[in-house]
Write a protein that binds this ligand. Structure first.
Ligand code: AMP
Ligand code: ZN
Length: 340
């Protein structure tokens, strides 16, 4: 197999592009692909400082590395989500990536903010992924707005976008389809532009990019993603791609070219403002503040229950706990008291 660019020995084959590359040619090829997406969709310019959301996974590291290589101005944003040890390991990777390259990165721990993803799972019946999505979106928006970044970039890739499109089409979610685009313009003064520069780049490509660039990323999957519907959709799309290379790219790109423009007016109304935190919201109180309230009230109820149990246990203690340890002497003392 020969490299389509230099004729040297190819190490990676991209069936959807009908091309093969050696590592030295693949890296600039992918960078150029991403640059084209950024320019074609006016995602951002080289004068704007881009807030890059980095999870510790391959896609967002590949994105950050590509943006830096292309000469864009960037700052990283990592959220330590509070999903058991998985989050700690992800944070370690993100911090190591930024530190070894001397990059600016904002790190925020959701546990320190009083509401980690694990709290939502423990105290509410909401699916973990839905709470996690709510919190991520909230802090991406909030931090970008508060720190004055004009744009947030995420590492959503072609597989994510194709799976999301399939999910939206299966249920004909017109509002979501109207908003599914690699560039989301702000619909509120506290929103900033949100972009997905990797939307044409498959997960295989971002993994290969990290491998060739020797980027150390977290390989383990989020424990909450097990059984997630999106994973089923990805599996189905991979089966289609195997028999018909290029299907995923065509599915997403042709949706964007042909159908999405017709659906834009189906997108939901612009949001109002959350009465609790002042961030944009479609309801009186935003999804994150509602989640916080629910967790806090359940936390208080649990603390009350535990306190009552402790009081009840203390009441029982002289009989229930002390009895087996009673010596002969103290037993007679007790009897004496009883007889008085
Ligand atoms: P996911 O929602 O996990 O598929 O991730 C999609 C994108 O969201 C990633 O490529 C990142 O850009 C961003 N992201 C996910 N998790 C985090 C995190 N903990 N901190 C910062 N950005 C994240
Ligand atoms: Zn709020």
């Amino acid at each position: 197999m020969k490299c389509s660019r230099c004729g040297g020995r190819a190490e990676i084959k991209l069936r959807q592009h009908n091309a093969s590359f050696c590592r030295d040619c693949f890296v600039p090829f992918l960078q150029r692909q991403v640059e084209r997406s950024i320019e074609k969709h006016d995602m951002f310019t080289r004068d704007e400082e881009v807030l890059v959301a980095v999870s510790g996974g391959k896609d967002s590291f590949a994105l950050w590395d590509i943006l830096i290589s292309l000469g864009y101005k960037t700052t990283g944003l990592h959220l330590s989500l509070g999903i058991g040890g998985y989050s700690d390991r992800s944070t370690e990777k993100a911090v190591a990536f930024a530190e070894t390259r001397g990059l600016r990165m904002i790190t925020l721990s959701l546990r320190d903010e009083g509401l980690a993803v694990d709290d939502a799972t423990e105290f509410t019946k909401r699916p973990a992924c839905s709470a996690c999505g709510t919190l991520k979106r909230y802090y991406f928006d909030k931090l970008a707005y508060e720190r004055g970044f004009p744009v947030v970039a995420t590492g959503h890739n072609l597989d994510d976008e194709a799976a999301r499109l399939l999910g939206n089409v299966l249920h004909w979610q017109m509002e979501y389809l109207g908003r599914q685009h690699p560039v989301l313009q702000p619909s509120h003064e506290k929103f900033v532009r949100k972009v997905k520069p990797l939307f044409r780049c498959g997960e295989y490509e971002s993994a290969a990019y990290c491998f060739f660039r020797k980027i150390d990323y977290i390989i383990e999957e989020c424990p909450n993603s097990v059984g997630a519907t999106q994973l089923h959709h990805k599996k189905v799309l991979n089966q289609i791609e195997a028999v018909s290379p290029g299907s995923k790219l065509a599915f997403v790109q042709e949706f964007l070219d042909k159908a999405q423009p017709l659906l834009r007016d189906k997108a939901i109304e612009p949001p109002g403002t959350c009465a609790s935190c002042g961030m944009p919201s479609h309801a009186e109180v935003c999804a994150r503040c509602r989640l916080l309230r629910e967790v806090e009230s359940k936390r208080l109820a649990r603390a009350d229950r535990l306190r009552l149990q402790a009081i009840a246990a203390a009441e029982l203690e002289p009989v229930g706990v002390a009895e087996p340890a009673i010596s002969a002497a103290s037993t007679s003392d007790q009897r004496d008291v009883d007889h008085t």
